[in-house]
Every structure is written in C-alpha cells, then in structure tokens.
Design a protein around this ligand. Structure first.
Ligand SMILES: CC(C)(COP(=O)(O)O)[C@@H](O)C(=O)NCCC(=O)O
Ligand SMILES: [Mn+2]
Length: 858
C-alpha cells in the first residue's frame, strides 16, 4: 500500500478534492497511470466513457496525476499565513488529474478492449458492479462483448444529449477550442461564456445531426442528413478501392474534380452565368460530367473521384447547415464529428459553402476536439465528478508525448514505465528522423477556394494529416486561479511573441534546436552521466525535436502557440524522461559564490543615501539578470570569467539611460518629490528568476530595501525547476543563509515563517518579531521560464490579494510573457535582454540592453 496524493501545486500534479484517506495504488506502483483505490470516497468516480460509433470508437478516460510526495515545510506555513485551506469552496468534488482522448476503429474493437483492460480503466472504482457510460449505437451493439471481455455493464447515454454537453463543456472550458478555417488559414475564436447560446451544432459522423442548442441540457435536433461521413467513405470505397477513410482523404489531395464535375462553364460554353452570380468554375452538378461522357469508372482517376465526392458532401452539409441556422436565426454554427478529422480542405470547403450561401453573414466554426463531443458528454454524465464546474483557468492542455510519431493515434499497448517509454522512442527513430525535417507551412490563401476553383498546389502544402494531432492531454488542476491583480483578465495575452508569424516560429525553432545538444549534456550530467541517463537524454532529445518539428508543421495544433508554450514544452519533455533538475549543480555553485559576496554588497549599499541606494539596487537586479543559462550568448560569456568577475563586469556596463528607462518615475513613486508624497506599499510581490547572483545579489537586496521601508515582501518563485531558475522550495534555505548576515532579512523571514528552526547562528536579537514586516515565499504554479497569469497557484493568488506592487524580473517573466500585461496596482518590469533579435524587435536595441518599465496603478 503506497499513499497517494502529494500536495504539490504545479501543473503536472494537482490536489484532488476527493476523499483520499486510505487511498492506495493497486498493482504496479511504477506504472505511469496506476489504478487507485479510494476506499473512503463515497461518490462514484468513474474513469472512462465511450462513444461507439459506426466507424470509430472514441474513448475519454481520466487518470490521476503522478504525485511525488514532497516534504515542503514552507508550504504548510504559507498556507496558514495566507489563510488557504484545503476545503473546497465548491459543494462537490472535482477531480484533479488528466483527461485523455483516444480513438480506435470500430471494426478493431478488440484493440480497444485490450487497451481498457491493460490500463485497468474499467476497474477504477471500488464498485463491484462496475458500469461504464457509453453513447453511440455501439453502446447497444457491443454491450454483451464488454460484459464478456471486461465484466462491466454499459450504461447507455443519449447520443444527442452527450454531443451537446460535450460541446458546451469544450466551448466554455477550453480557451482555444473553436476556430475558423478559411482558405488554409486557421484562426481561433474567443467565445464569451456568457454569450454562447443559442448556436447550431452540426455533428458529422457517419450521418449528420443538426442540433439547435439553447443552453446546458436545452437542445433540439432540428435537422440532419443521411449524406455524411459514411457516405463519403462508403461511396469512396466502392469507387476508388481505397482501404481506409484516411487513404481516401489523402487521395483527394491530389485530385482535380473538374474532370468529373459538371461546371457552369461546361454548360455555358466556358462563360460565367453572371446574371445570377455564378462563375464558370462553379460546380453545377457534382459528378455531372459522367453522364455525357462515354467513360467507365476505370477511366476516371481515383484522386478526382475522391475530391469530387468530398466537395459534394462537404458543400451539401455546409448548405443544409446554413439553411437551418437561417431557419432559427442562429448566427453561430459549430461543426464537429470525425468526418472532419482536422482536414484542412474539408473545413475550407464547408466554410466556403456557409460563406457562399450566407453572403458572408454566417461563419463556420470548428472544434479541436471535434470527434470527442459524444464521449466527453458521456463522461460528463457521471454524477458528481465536478467536471462541468471547472473553469477555463483550471484546465491546462499538454502535448501528448507520443503524438508526433503517430499522429495522435494509439497503436499497441499503452506505455507503462519509463523504460518502455524510452524503448518506444528508440523504436520510432526512423519515423522520428523522417519528420524532424521542417515541413513547409501552408501560406494563407493558397487552397484556391476563392470561387469553387480547383486547388492548384494543395498536394504540396496541405498534408492530409496536417491537423491530426490536435488534441492534447487535458490536465484538470482545480487549484489554479486567475492572478487577481490583472487589470483586465479578458484582454490579457501572456505571450509577447506571436508564433503564428512563420518567421518568428522558424527563428525560435532554430534557437531551441541549437540549444538541445548542450541541454542534453547538462541533463545527463545532472543524473550522474550513467548509461541510463544517456539513454534517457537521447530519448528526451528525440521527443522534444519531434514535438518541435510537428509544431513547425502545424503551429496551432494545440491552440494558439506562443514562445512560452515552447519553452514550457522543453521542460515538460525533460520531466517526462525523469530529468527533474538539469541545472542542479550549476545553481548550487552560483548560489554559494553569490552568498559569499553578499555581506560585502549589503555593506556597500548601506553606506549610500536612499536615492543612490534605490538606483544601485535596481541596477543590481538588471546586472545580475545576466546569469541566464537559457541564453546562448550568456552561456558563451560564462567561459570568459568567474561568476563574480562577470557580475562586476555587468554592473560596470550599467549605463543609464537604459533602453527602456522609467526609473525616475519609479523613484518618484517610491521616494516622492516636491509635488508627490512617497508611496509606502503595503505588500510587494517579487517574481524572481534565476538562481545565484540574480536572486542573491539582485532581488534579495531589493526585497530587503522594501522590507526596510515597511513593505511586506512575497518572493514568487517557480514550483518546479526550469533551466537555472530558482524554485520556491530552494528559496527558504537561501534566505536563511542570507539572513545570517542581515538583521532585516532575518527578522522578516522569521515573521514570515520562513525561519522556523534554529538555522540561524545569529541569535542575539530579541525574539519578539511582532513589529517586523514579513518576508514570504510562494510558488507560482509553473515549471517554466515564463508565466501565464491566467493560471497561477492558489498560494500566489491569495498572496496577491493584499499586494499593491508587482515586480516582474527576467526575460521569461517580464519580456517573453507579460511585457504588455496591465495590472491594477503599481508594476515594475525589470530584465536584461539576452538575445539580439528580441532586443531589436521589442525595444529597438541590442543584446544586453536593459528594460526598466514602471507602470503606476491605473
Ligand atoms: C529562456 C530564457 C527566457 C530565460 O531568460 P530569463 O527569464 O532567465 O531572463 C532566455 O534565456 C531565452 O529566451 N533564451 C533563448 C534565446 C537565446 O538563447 O538567445
Ligand atoms: Mn531564468
């Protein structure tokens, strides 16, 4: 029996709000997603739901996070201080874990049963008469098979109802779920939760259902058509001898439907019928040419047949959908179902039809989880899972590890332990190298749909499976919150660099790829350089490269892609292969070296007047931000001297004005002027960045100055390691070390509960700290160099409530993300730009230029 349910807050781990007392892992403890028994959990929590359709089985299952129990004393103290309890505000439990999306072909149902059985998904509850919720016709057809093979009963859920609740959940809870797709260009649509209804949901499975949705559980199937995905696949199979739906779809890529469709021009001698707005290239009659030509099926190219069929069915669905939207006055039409399969050309065709018939009034929208609406809805139908109570900020979508190699499909048994994962990567070496080469991206407007024209070069630019990898693993993290000091959370966009610009994406792809060999060396060394570590390092490099290559192909595969996502992906991949702190020894070395010179620095600072001191402190933060192991240029620099030599050199170069220099405004705010009173902030949140000089000689002295002025200070650090960033777990020891040489820090740290035992040798001051302002440490919820303030730890959100000053430090937190963020309190953004291109783009400057941006409360 092994206890589960650590209390770490980061996104790879969350705190389930279930009754976990007495919980135990059943079976192999080493397994990635082992079954967990919850003997004291009174609610029925099931882990699996299915949608068994005519062609595909869609499966949604839940797995608990791998919790690594950590003994973090800081966490307990901070919870008490900030008044955070484990009791949930909600009335019923919310699962903390991951939702996985998997699909199988229905005729290979045994593969699906093997999958469920090997993952033990059907026995996730301590319930003797285990029941699985399922929807779709197969829930009836295969009920006996499930009973026979798995010993479980199937509880059938209404298909329409499941589709609707699945769609409603996705549209409300996933930020980048809905998108438009016109002429090869994908654009995400921001859906206002409060302005979602009514809409038309068109689910294109084997057949097509059109559902008017008025609210949660309020819907009506208003129409449908029997000409759907089954028609395309069935007719296509007969006419082309294709062996699979995907093969048929791929064939269409190379097709020319003019050889088989009758166009307006064919009837009007090559002319447009302009009087009624039809161009010569408009399809007048799908397959119409076949009647006038004395040809047999063999005389037509299968490619042309497939395209003609695809256009016929897609236009027809688009047209009927629009007419139904018109009938009920609905402005939004969402298309789902596995017919679409993220296929760019299908979406373009449907979009074109909707636009054409509505004269541009209506717009087709698609859903990234298009095929999983029913299965998700069936999952939602389990009572008391709390899923429908989750909000956007509590869901984090992650890149599924194996997806780049297999296009999101599941082949073979699930991966068990780390070793299996590595062998799996090794097995796919060939596949991996095949796709690692960047694939040209589709420039917008090249599918040639601008007038029912035949796409000229779509075979080269639109891969048939281009959008297959469009569903990640959904992490449910009920503890995440929106940072309360954002001025306008709805308008907030964390990323400064937009990677939908192909030039930007390519640049950052190259930067991250070039950095990889060095990172692998560091990671392997951090694990003792053993053969096992080398093997894992190799697998990590492959996995990360494959992800990058896949994202180059389709940047919006998992929703809008920003630089923060790429940097986070790198850290996630490292953790996936059990590299938990690649820069461990570097961080230790730099912390020690910096702590050794801290007393001298503090003495120097204390001899200055208030004004010079403030400038020196801000200058110190900027100078020390040079210690960044994520920057190629900086790493090259470290070969040229010791830490202290580089720190001194960096300080010497700090010439004002900095490239962005609001220091005078900040100084006036802090110290006042003839016209203005000085502002004594109540509580400052300092988002710290790197270990070593950055935090010890930069941020800590600044924190100390704020404490001296009577401002409470909360140091906000990463929950998990990322590059050489300091973590919340590591900070208390550093503060304790620094406090040995400084009364201000010591008293504040004691008042903040950071120094709870006799870590400090300097015991001569009075024990009563009631008058001291506190120094605290909270974790931010991230294991990445960047931070998305829409999803932060509950500790940070609680600490923010009384704060009136935010200081963001470093390139990741203040430039790549949050450079344009607006706060409802005073905000100071401090960073050294350690990348030439970013310096040019962002501040029209050069590498090593500095940013000191002060934005007073609005
Ligand atoms: C990874 C980083 C964001 C970390 O910067 P920091 O937040 O530590 O200031 C930064 O080093 C970076 O953007 N590096 C990649 C670019 C380069 O190597 O030039
Ligand atoms: Mn950093």
């Amino acid at each position: 029996m092994a206890p589960v349910g650590g209390n770490s807050i980061h996104r790879s781990s969350s705190r389930p709000q279930l009754d976990l007392s007495g919980a135990a892992i059943q079976g192999n403890f080493e397994e990635k997603d082992p079954t967990i028994l919850l003997p004291n959990q009174s609610d029925d929590i099931s882990h699996l739901a299915l949608d068994i359709g005519g062609s595909l089985i869609k499966l949604v299952y839940f797995s608990r996070h791998e919790d690594r129990p950590v003994n973090d004393r800081r966490k307990k103290t901070i919870k008490e201080r900030l008044g955070i309890s484990n009791n949930n505000r909600r009335s019923y439990p919310i699962l903390g874990g991951r939702l996985h999306f998997v699909k199988f072909e229905t005729h290979k149902i045994n593969q699906c049963l093997d999958f469920i059985s090997s993952k033990q998904l059907h026995c996730g509850v301590s319930n003797e008469n285990a029941v699985i919720k399922a929807t779709g016709g197969g829930a009836y057809k295969y009920a006996d098979l499930f009973k026979e093979r798995l010993g479980v009963s199937i509880e059938k859920e209404d298909e329409m109802s499941c589709l609707v609740s699945g769609a409603n959940f996705l549209l409300k809870a996933i930020r980048h779920e809905a998108f438009t797709h016109m002429e090869g260009h994908k654009a995400f649509v921001q859906i206002d939760q409060n302005d979602l209804f009514p809409y038309l949901l068109v689910n294109i499975g084997s057949g097509v259902s059109m559902i008017k949705v008025d609210g949660d559980g309020q819907f009506q199937r208003v129409s449908g058509t029997n000409v759907g995905g089954g028609t395309y696949w069935g007719l296509g199979r007969l006419l082309t001898k294709c062996k699979s739906f995907d093969e048929l779809l791929e064939l269409s890529q190379r097709g020319d439907n003019r050889t088989i469709d009758m166009l307006v021009g064919d009837i009007y001698g090559g002319m447009d019928y302009s009087k009624i707005g039809l161009s010569a290239s408009t399809i007048a009659s799908s397959f119409g040419k076949a009647i006038s030509e004395n040809k047999d099926i063999e005389d037509y190219r299968p490619e042309d047949i497939s395209l003609s069929l695809l256009r016929m069915i897609s236009y027809n669905i688009g047209q009927i959908s629009y007419l139904n939207a018109l009938r009920f006055g609905l402005k939004r039409i969402f298309f789902g179902g596995f017919f679409i399969r993220g296929h760019a050309y299908t979406m373009d065709t449907i979009s074109f039809a909707v636009q054409f018939w509505s004269n541009g009034e209506a717009q087709a929208m698609f859903l990234r989880h298009e095929g999983f609406l029913g299965a998700l809805g069936a999952f939602m139908s389990y009572e008391k899972h709390g899923l429908d109570d989750l909000m956007v900020h509590q869901l984090v979508e992650r890149f599924p590890m194996g997806a780049p190699y297999i296009g999101g499909n599941v082949h073979g048994p699930p991966l068990g332990d780390l070793n299996e994962k590595i062998s799996w990567m090794e097995k796919f070496i060939l596949k991996g190298t095949e796709i690692t080469a960047p694939v040209p991206m589709a420039p917008p407007g090249t599918t040639g749909l601008g007038g029912f024209e035949v796409p000229s070069s779509k075979g080269d630019i639109l891969r048939p499976d281009a959008s297959k990898l469009n569903v990640g693993v959904l992490h449910l993290v009920p503890t995440l919150e929106v940072f309360p000091l954002l001025a306008d959370p709805k308008m907030y966009e964390p990323n400064t660099i937009d990677l939908s610009d192909p030039g930007e994406l390519e640049y950052w792809y190259t930067v991250l790829s070039d950095h990889l060999p060095d990172l692998v060396d560091k990671a392997v060394a951090s694990e003792g350089g053993t053969d096992d570590a080398k093997r894992r390092g190799d697998a990590f490099a492959r996995a990360f490269s494959a992800h990058l290559a896949r994202l180059m192909e389709e940047p919006a595969a998992y929703g809008k892609l920003g630089l923060a996502n790429l940097l986070e992906l790198r850290e996630e991949c490292l953790r996936e292969f059990h590299f938990f702190d690649a820069y461990r020894s570097i961080k230790q070395r730099e912390n020690e070296a910096s702590l050794a010179v801290l007393p001298d620095l503090l003495r120097e600072i204390d001899n200055m007047n208030e004004e010079t001191r403030l400038l020196t402190l801000v200058e110190g933060v900027l100078a020390a931000n040079i210690f960044d192991w994520g920057s190629r240029a900086c790493v090259d620099l470290y070969h040229k001297g010791t830490i202290i030599e580089i720190y001194r050199m960096s300080r010497k170069k700090m010439q004002r004005p900095w490239r962005v220099d609001d220091f005078d405004a900040f100084k006036e705010r802090m110290l006042g002027s003839q016209d203005k009173e000085p502002c004594k902030h109540k509580r400052a949140l300092l988002f710290v960045d790197n270990s070593g000089a950055d935090v010890v000689l930069g941020m800590l002295p600044l924190a100390r100055e704020l404490l001296r002025r009577g401002t409470e200070v909360v140091l906000v650090a990463n929950s998990l390691p990322a590059l050489n960033d300091i973590t919340a777990m590591e900070l208390p020891d550093i503060v304790a070390e620094a406090a040995k040489h400084c009364d201000i820090l010591r008293r504040a740290a004691e008042a903040g509960g950071l120094l709870v035992d006799a870590m400090i040798s300097n015991q001569d001051s009075p024990k009563d700290n009631s008058s001291s302002v506190a120094l605290m440490v909270v974790e931010n919820g991230y294991g990445s160099p960047c931070i998305d303030l829409r999803q932060v730890s509950s500790e940070l959100a609680a600490a923010a409530k009384d704060a009136d000053l935010v200081i963001l430090e470093g390139m990741g937190r203040a430039l790549h993300t949050n450079f344009n963020a607006r706060f409802s309190c005073d905000a100071l953004k401090l960073a050294m730009v350690k990348n030439q291109r970013l310096a040019e783009k962002l501040i029209n400057g050069n590498i090593y230029d500095c940013v000191c941006r002060f934005e007073p409360a609005g």
